[in-house]
Design a protein around this ligand. Structure first.
Ligand code: C5P
Length: 214
């Protein structure tokens, strides 16, 4: 069974998807981590993001996802990919169709033998349009920025709320207006706005929907 989730940055998607997968004893696949890992390769090796370099590096790179960890060329890179710089690079790099094709085929392959909860931007529309359950998890831009800000402060990053609001707006713009697989609400997705809900309330809502429909 596939439970697919899309939504903008900071809507709580990954937290919710991860907890839901635990509750259902499904595997969790964070597709954003795969784009981040690929972007991290450019950062780590100081490679300029050009189409030629992307084509070349794609051929030389392996990305895998296992037990909630993303692997770049067999190295677990979870610890390096969740910062503002990699967020921006991932958003930039994920616009390109060659990159998307590689990630989508990897995601389908990883999912082929398991029950999964999988989240991203194009999961309900492109990767698994026939998933058993499709959710669009969202929240107001203000709420998303505040959550992201608190998360980064906790990690010790030096950021201002204004910077985060600007970043979120820029990423939303990039993700929703790009030519290839833009973020949008699938016609038959169930929309959940988490602005006024706690994580537990969101999980309960999802579980009730899933149980009611199984
Ligand atoms: O979800 P997360 O914020 O980790 O994703 C990082 C970036 O990767 C997003 O801003 C988006 O540009 C890209 N992405 C994507 N398609 C996905 C998942 C992530 O384009 N399925």
């Amino acid at each position: 069974m596939i439970i697919a989730m899309d939504g903008p940055s900071g809507a709580g998607k990954s937290t919710v998807a991860k907890l839901l997968s635990k509750k259902l004893k499904f595997e969790y696949i964070d597709t954003g981590a795969m784009y981040r890992a690929f972007a991290y390769k450019f950062y780590k090796n100081n490679i300029e993001i050009t189409e030629d370099n992307i084509n070349k590096i794609l051929l030389e790179t392996t990305i895998d996802y296992n037990n909630s960890n993303v692997y770049l060329d067999e190295e677990n890179v979870e610890g390096y990919i969740r910062n503002e710089h990699i967020s921006k690079l991932a958003s930039e790099i994920s616009k390109l169709q060659v990159v998307r094709e590689k990630m989508v085929s990897l995601q389908r392959e990883i999912a082929s033998t398991k029950n999964i909860v999988i989240d991203g931007r194009d999961i309900t529309t492109v990767v698994f349009p026939n998933a058993e359950f499709k959710f669009y998890i969202t929240a107001s831009a203000q709420t998303r920025a505040k959550r992201r800000y608190d998360e980064l402060l906790n990690k010790g990053e030096k950021v201002t709320l204004e910077e985060i609001i600007e970043d979120i707006n820029k990423r939303d713009f990039n993700d929703t207006t790009r030519k290839n697989s833009p973020l949008k609400i699938a016609d038959d997705a169930i929309v959940i706005d988490t602005s006024e809900l706690s994580i537990d309330e969101v999980i309960n809502k999802l579980v009730n929907i899933i149980k009611g429909e199984i």
